[in-house]
Design a binder for this molecule. Structure first.
Ligand code: ADP
Length: 323
C-alpha cells in the first residue's frame, strides 16, 4: 500500500482508523480475487455488464455522504474509451466555461494513473487537513480541485495502487474534502469501461456523463460500450464531444481532417445523443495545458455543451451558489 496514503496528507495525517480501513479494503480485494477465481469464465464485456448491474443496485442502496461542510448540486463524469483522447482537457475546459457562466465549479481528478488536472490549472498546492476536513486546491479563478497529485510528495511519482486503495482514496475525496457551495462538480474519470472506472460510479453520486472520443474511436465500440454501461447503471449520457476533430491549416485556414471524416453526427443520431461539440487539434490548447494556464483558453467549441448542461440542470429556479 502506498506510503503516501498511509503517511497521510501534507499538513496532517490519516487517522489510524482510516489506515485500518485501507488495510481492510486490501484484504477484502484479496478475498474477492479468490472468489472470482472460482467463478465460471465470462467474457470481459459480460464481466463489465455484470459489474455495472451490481453498481446500479449498490447506488440505490447507498452513496456515502459528503463531508458535513460540503454542498454539491450536480456531479458530471467525463469518460473516454482510452487515455490520451483529451478527457482531462474537456474536463478542464468544461469547468472553465461553467465558471465563466458564474457557477461554482469543482473537479475530482479520478484518473489516478494519469492525474493531470492540477498541472493544467497550474495548481501546485498540496492538500491540507484542518478541523473541517481536507481543503481542496483552488485555481486562479476559484475552481476547487482534488487530485492524487496533491497528496503525493512528488507529482511525477507513478501511482501503483491496487484498485481497492484507489477506491478508498477516491472515497475520501468525496467524504472528507470540504467542497464548499458547488454547482457543478466534474469528474475526470479513469479511461475505459473496466472495473476501476465502474467503481467510481459506486463511490460518487454521478448524475450525468459526457463521452469524449477522437474521430477514430467514434467508429469503434467505445461509444456503444460507454452508452451501454450508462444505460445499465441508469445514468443519463448528456452527449458526446469529438476531440482532435480537425486541424486548421495555419497558412490557408483550410480544415485538415487528420484522423479522417468526423463521425460524431451519425453516432449521435444512432444512439440518440446530443453532439456537444467538436474540438480541433490546437497547439495553443496544448501549450496552455503545459503551462498551467488552461483558464485562459479562447474558443467556442464547447459553448453548446456548457449551454446544454446549464439547461439540463436548470438553475434558473435555483440560482448559482456563488450569486
Ligand atoms: P486524457 O485525459 O484522455 O488522457 P488529456 O486531456 O490529458 O487526455 O490529453 C492528452 C494530451 O493531449 C495533453 O497533453 C493535451 O494537452 C493534448 N491534447 C488533447 N486534446 C488536444 C487538442 N484538441 N489540441 C491540442 N492538444 C490536445
Amino acid at each position: 500500500m502506498s506510503e503516501d496514503l498511509k503517511n497521510g496528507l501534507a499538513g496532517g495525517g490519516l487517522e489510524q482508523e482510516q489506515a485500518a480501513e485501507l488495510e481492510q479494503a486490501v484484504e477484502q480485494e484479496q478475498t474477492e480475487d479468490q472468489e472470482q477465481a472460482a467463478e465460471p469464465e465470462l467474457t470481459e464485456e459480460e464481466k463489465e455488464a455484470k459489474r455495472a448491474e451490481e453498481i446500479k443496485q449498490l447506488r440505490k442502496l447507498r452513496i456515502d455522504n459528503p463531508n458535513h461542510f460540503s454542498f454539491v448540486k450536480s456531479v458530471i463524469a467525463v469518460v473516454s474509451g482510452k487515455g490520451g483522447v483529451g478527457k482531462s482537457l474537456v474536463t478542464a475546459m468544461m469547468s472553465v466555461l461553467m465558471k465563466r457562466k458564474g457557477y461554482q465549479v469543482s473537479i475530482i481528478d479520478a484518473d489516478f494513473t494519469g492525474p493531470s488536472i492540477p498541472r493544467m490549472f497550474g495548481v501546485k498546492d498540496k492538500a491540507i487537513y484542518n478541523q473541517f476536513g481536507i481543503v481542496p486546491g483552488k485555481s486562479e479563478s476559484g475552481i476547487q480541485m482534488m487530485s492524487v497529485n496533491m497528496i503525493l510528495d512528488n507529482e511525477t511519482d507513478p501511482v501503483l495502487w491496487r484498485g481497492s486503495v484507489m477506491n478508498s482514496a477516491l472515497k475520501q475525496f468525496w467524504t472528507e474534502v470540504v467542497w464548499r457551495d458547488v454547482d457543478f462538480m466534474f469528474v475526470d474519470m479513469p479511461p475505459g469501461t473496466g472495473d476501476v472506472p465502474l467503481t467510481v460510479f459506486q463511490v460518487l453520486p454521478i448524475a450525468g456523463i459526457i463521452v469524449v472520443a477522437s474521430p477514430q474511436e467514434l467508429v469503434s465500440m467505445v461509444v456503444s460500450k460507454a452508452v451501454k454501461m450508462a444505460e445499465i447503471m441508469d445514468i443519463p449520457v448528456i452527449g458526446i464531444v469529438e476531440n482532435m476533430s480537425y486541424l486548421d491549416c495555419p497558412d490557408c485556414g483550410k480544415q485538415i481532417k487528420l484522423f479522417g471524416e468526423s463521425h460524431i453526427d451519425e453516432i449521435s443520431s444512432q444512439y440518440q445523443l446530443s453532439t456537444l461539440g467538436k474540438i480541433p487539434i490546437d497547439t495553443k490548447l496544448a501549450a496552455l495545458c503545459d503551462s498551467g494556464e488552461i483558464e485562459k483558453f479562447e474558443g467556442n467549441w464547447l459553448d453548446k455543451a456548457a449551454e446544454v448542461i446549464s439547461k439540463v440542470w436548470d438553475f434558473e429556479k435555483s440560482p448559482p451558489l456563488g450569486q
